[in-house]
Design a protein around this ligand. Structure first.
Ligand code: MEV
Length: 444
């Protein structure tokens, strides 16, 4: 099909059905494409409208599986953790790990801090020493002028924590910033922080204009925005057991041997950024699934965790192993800015339900739950990698998916699973067998 490069005007103003027609009309089979998009519309038009309003230019919905990881024992409280994710092995891995640690004390967490960050970036061409000297006066004004924005947050125990002046002019001429820290309690705080920062910028401009020592063009505000890197909004989570308790975690392997190989598996991720990336992806499998189910911003969480993993200047593992005499301890430390109020939390019925399933946690409790799920996933992945290998578990899932795809009758699936126990699974191998055993119609 020859593509036309014509600009589309006013797309967002069209109705949903008009948008659908525009998008699908050039499709080879427009009627089919339209029917598929429409088949994912919610039967209840009120609900469909609500879902559409969460975003812009919505033409359909994109459902993902809503899964549960049972048996997550975190700080002595048992949770059924909601996970929204399309990778079945992730939920299976988290569930296995959760069950294993349930009888070994579960996951223990500590909140290191809950501080969020925002910055006003500006160019300063006036006397810098004078700005430093007068900063205490400016700071007082910045906080005071934000009163209307911060009043409610302060009542809830949060607000502006501090504002510092930072000088980056050795890297870029005249570049400086107001570096502000905030406590946003149970909200992620993006709107709150950005509103405060924009007010800071206005106050700063007015204050600068009113000082006779400064010049008309001495201050130029470049931008105001929160930072998604919140290293001091961080949770530490660990599991711990005696090494004997790890005996036979994989049939025939001693706890000591397992712990030795597991430590090496994690050590490789500490040393090598290629492995660290995949290792941390395994942690984020669990974290992101909880973050999505609870309506939080998984892009922010991802960006933050990877910056943190690179804080030493070399990208490394977010989790670590300590083996001490007869004790095995596996720890993850990870920063997140999560919210349990505002945003989607009261608007999206499934997000609301996720939070209810978790007993309406505070933001810090949710940080603990997400970190524990990440560690659960990480434990299962490294355990499999250093023992039976990753493909054994994955292939079982892969086989189940192929059986479903080929429409092998439920009553015959177990025979096929038995057959492939010691064989390599591929779509063609399963199809050939299914045809030979007349479980499906032949394709040739
Ligand atoms: C797959 O989604 C995640 C793993 O690759 C993580 C890891 O290698 O540690 C299994």
């Amino acid at each position: 099909m020859k593509k036309e490069h014509k600009i589309v005007h006013g797309f967002s103003k069209k109705s949903r059905d008009e948008k659908l027609t525009i998008v699908t009309e050039k499709n080879i089979d427009a009627a089919n494409a339209l029917a598929i998009f429409k088949s994912f519309h919610h039967a209840d038009s009120k609900m469909q409208n609500l879902l559409e309003e969460f975003s812009e230019n919505t033409i359909s919905n994109f459902p993902l599986p809503f899964c549960i990881c049972p048996n997550m024992l975190i700080n002595n409280k048992a949770y059924m953790v909601p996970m929204v994710i399309e990778e079945s092995s992730v939920v299976a891995a988290a569930a296995n790990s959760a069950k294993f640690w349930f009888t070994r004390g579960g996951f223990k967490t500590t909140i290191i801090n809950t501080e969020k960050i925002g910055q006003v970036h500006f160019l300063w061409k006036d006397d810098k020493a004078l700005l430093v000297q007068k900063f205490a006066d400016l700071k007082e004004k910045l906080v005071k002028d934000c009163f209307d924005i911060t009043e409610n947050m302060v009542k809830r125990g949060g607000g502006i924590l501090n504002i510092e002046l930072r000088d980056l002019s050795d890297k870029e001429p005249h570049l400086m910033q107001l570096y502000a820290t905030f406590e946003t309690i149970d909200s992620m705080g993006a709107n709150f922080i950005n509103s405060c920062l924009e007010q800071f910028a206005n106050t700063f401009k007015q204050w600068h204009a009113a000082q006779k020592e400064f010049t008309k063009d001495g201050l130029e505000i470049i931008m105001c925005i929160l930072s998604n890197y919140t290293p001091n909004c961080r949770v530490k989570c660990y599991v711990e057991t005696s090494i004997n308790e790890l005996d036979n975690i994989v049939a025939g392997m001693s706890g000591k041997e397992f712990a030795r190989r597991f430590r090496l598996g994690v050590r490789i991720a500490e040393l090598d950024p290629h492995r660290a990336t995949t290792h941390n992806k395994g942690i984020m499998n669990g974290v992101d699934a909880v973050v999505l189910a609870t309506g939080n911003d998984f892009r922010a969480v991802e960006a933050c965790s990877h910056t943190y993993a690179a804080q030493s200047g070399s990208y490394t593992s977010l989790s670590h192993v300590d083996i001490d005499e007869n004790t095995f301890r596996f720890t993850v430390e990870i920063p997140f800015a999560l919210g349990v109020v505002g945003g989607l939390t009261t608007l999206h019925p499934l997000v609301k339900l996720s939070l209810e399933l978790l007993d309406n946690p505070s933001a810090t409790e949710l940080m603990s739950i997400a970190a524990a799920t990440g560690l659960a996933n990480n434990f299962s992945a490294v355990k499999n990698l250093v023992t039976v290998g990753i493909q054994q578990g994955h292939m079982k899932m892969h086989l189940l998916n192929i059986l479903k795809q080929l429409k092998v009758p439920e009553s015959r699936k177990q025979e096929v699973i038995e057959y492939f126990k010691d064989k390599v699974v591929s779509v063609s191998a399963v199809r050939n067998l299914a045809e030979r055993w007349s479980l499906i119609e032949t394709t040739h």
